[in-house]
Ligand binder design. Structure first.
Ligand SMILES: C[S@@+](CC[C@H](N)C(=O)[O-])C[C@H]1O[C@@H](n2cnc3c(N)ncnc32)[C@H](O)[C@@H]1O
Length: 261
């Protein structure tokens, strides 16, 4: 388990991997073997695509490149160049001239960042006016907190996240806190919005999703529990749930930020 409370903390460098990239091979294998997992991820990617604008899209922290398998119209990247991505890009220093991208997307990356606002500042500079940042993140809702604490190896501790929103990696240089999205965009919404405003960004939408369909896939490390047709039915049912229920039960959140013109 990644220990965020370790006494041997280190400051994270812009190009330092806070995630064990050797895990990507087994993630890619699981993706190939699990139709249920692909179904749920596709549904998440569809929602991200719907929130995106323009045609020039950059994905950060692409990992094993799942997003591009569903949506060709994207440049993929990660902190290091791997066989899965087009190029190496640090979320803290997004490449290209200012105002290069229409949309910057990232799935499950934010909660690995020790300085999330440094990423948002860099993303804001790299975006066209009215461009968007679309993030999919674990949601530490009531059900999400229980689920991730019981079944996920990375910490989920919203209580350790607060201003100035700067964190330190453990002695191995790794960092994760599954509570990041909920802490920034729900628990500390006001502080976050004021920081976003200084960067020329605003929170356009915050939507919750995924209750039982995702756990039924076994995620990236366990076996699929139910047949894919049941997972598809669960997904359809969950899509009908009101946001008021998903704010309590959702395992994932989709965060959409917009650059003010
Ligand atoms: C949990 S994985 C998610 C991978 C992929 N997006 C997915 O959903 O399968 C987190 C990814 O974020 C990347 N990452 C972490 N810190 C980063 C940074 N500062 N800049 C760019 N990518 C980063 C990691 O290298 C890793 O590939």
């Amino acid at each position: 388990m990644i220990d965020t409370d370790s006494q041997q903390h280190q400051a994270t460098q812009p190009n330092q991997a806070t995630y064990d990239l050797s895990l990507l091979e087994s993630s890619a294998e699981k993706w190939d073997q699990s139709p249920g997992l692909r179904t749920v991820y596709r549904s998440i990617f569809n929602q991200m695509e719907l929130a995106a604008v323009g045609t020039r899209w950059l994905e950060l922290g692409s990992g094993a490149g799942f997003f591009k398998r569903c949506c060709q119209n994207v440049v993929t990247s990660d902190i290091q160049k791997t066989r899965f991505v087009d190029k190496a890009v640090s979320a803290y220093a997004i490449e290209g001239a200012p105002e290069t991208w229409d949309t910057i997307l990232a799935m499950d990356m934010l909660h690995h960042l020790t300085t999330p606002f440094r990423f948002l500042e860099s993303a804001s500079k790299a975006l066209m006016p009215k461009g968007r940042i679309v993030l999919a993140e674990p949601a530490a809702t009531a059900w999400g907190s229980i689920f991730y604490k019981l079944f996920h190896h990375e910490p989920c501790r919203t209580s350790t996240i607060g201003p100035p929103f700067e964190f330190q990696s453990n002695s191995k240089g790794e960092f994760a806190n599954m509570g990041m999205g909920q802490a920034l965009f729900k628990n500390h919404k006001q502080a976050t919005q004021s920081k976003l405003k200084q960067m020329g960004l605003s929170l356009k939408a915050l939507n919750y999703r995924d209750v039982f369909a995702y756990p039924s896939t076994g995620g990236l490390s366990k076996q699929q529990i139910f047949p894919t047709r049941i997972i598809k039915l669960l997904l359809k049912g969950e899509a009908l749930l009101p946001q008021a229920a998903l704010r309590v039960l959702g395992l994932r959140m989709i965060i959409v930020l917009e650059k003010t013109p």
